[in-house]
Ligand binder design. Sequence first.
Ligand code: ZN
Ligand code: ZN
Length: 78
Amino acid sequence: MERTDTNGNKYKDMPKLQYVSVTLCTCERPQTTVFCRTCSNLFPGRARIRCPQHPKIIHLMDHNTCPSCFSSKLKEIV
Ligand SMILES: [Zn+2]
Ligand SMILES: [Zn+2]
């Protein structure tokens, strides 16, 4: 069963998480610029953040490490 929240985001029905505010979901945030705190590299995309609502969902397109130095100390710049 699929639900659609007020932002139009579709997600699988998870009864235990129904009470969590939809504003906490980080799955659908836009692409941004990621800053590496180790080598100061800047690159487009998103840093991998565990969604408070969907902690089991892994976003494979998001950056877990810096493509230049492979540090995991990444920070999104809004
Ligand atoms: Zn989410
Ligand atoms: Zn780096």
